[in-house]
Design a protein around this ligand. Structure first.
Ligand SMILES: CC(C)(COP(=O)(O)OP(=O)(O)OC[C@H]1O[C@@H](n2cnc3c(N)ncnc32)[C@H](O)[C@@H]1OP(=O)(O)O)[C@@H](O)C(=O)NCCC(=O)NCCS
Length: 187
């Protein structure tokens, strides 16, 4: 059986990503993405693939200084319940650690799914100013039923350049974001 692989999204993923995300958006499970906004945010996206087939995606957006948000998390309906979503969120959290975010926010109806990954309940009013633009664009903005959770102090993946730099203490040069993404692309 082909191995699950997580990698940064690329240009050729735009069409399948739009189909996946907006398929769920039509069912009001995710916020709709236009092609323009997806292309603009493509560097935030990770995709999960198996044997070259795209199974899922998730994005880590910067909501404000030191604050990341997990967005557009989606797994193909015929591939749910096998750990793909969990693997995507775990990688996004590690990436948040590498980007030195102090917190990662998730707004979701899948509360136990995020709690199992270490996210904690929080008060969404703490983030209201940062969320205003998205909430205005959301069809559910006046009757939102999403719960806010945060991952405090996300940690880079063990063995990553950032983790090694942390272990070595201050003063150690840290690889650029571009270098990191290139390393992720190499798998
Ligand atoms: C939410 C979503 C991303 C989860 O993706 P997924 O790949 O099914 O997630 P996982 O398989 O990692 O975990 C889902 C559940 O399956 C369970 N699971 C994981 N691996 C499993 C396995 N091998 N066998 C059986 N169950 C398993 C998990 O424990 C989890 O249980 P929970 O629902 O009680 O939390 C997916 O259902 C989806 O795309 N939903 C629609 C869009 C959406 O709601 N996105 C989230 C917005 S924040």
């Amino acid at each position: 059986m082909a191995e699950l692989r997580l990698r940064p999204a690329r240009e050729s993923d735009v069409a399948p990503l739009l189909a996946l995300i907006n398929g769920y958006a039509e069912r009001r499970m995710l916020l709709q993405r236009s092609e323009e906004s997806l292309r603009a945010r493509l560097p935030d996206f990770l995709v999960a693939e198996e044997g070259g087939e795209l199974l899922g995606c998730g994005a880590l957006s910067e909501l404000g200084p030191g604050l990341g948000e997990v967005r557009s998390l989606a797994v193909r309906v015929d591939r749910t319940g096998r750990g793909v979503g969990r693997a995507l969120v775990a990688r996004l959290v590690a990436w948040a650690g590498e980007r030195e975010f102090a917190q990662v926010l998730a707004l979701t109806r899948r509360v136990s799914f995020f709690q199992a990954l270490g996210f904690e309940l929080t008060d969404r009013r703490l983030f209201e100013d940062k969320l205003r633009t998205d909430c205005q664009a959301c069809p559910l903005n006046v009757c939102c039923d999403e719960t806010a959770l945060v991952m405090p102090a996300p940690r880079p993946a063990a063995g990553s350049a950032r983790a090694r730099a942390n272990a070595a203490g201050p003063g150690v040069a840290w690889a650029s974001q571009a270098g990191l993404r290139a390393a992720q692309a190499r798998g």
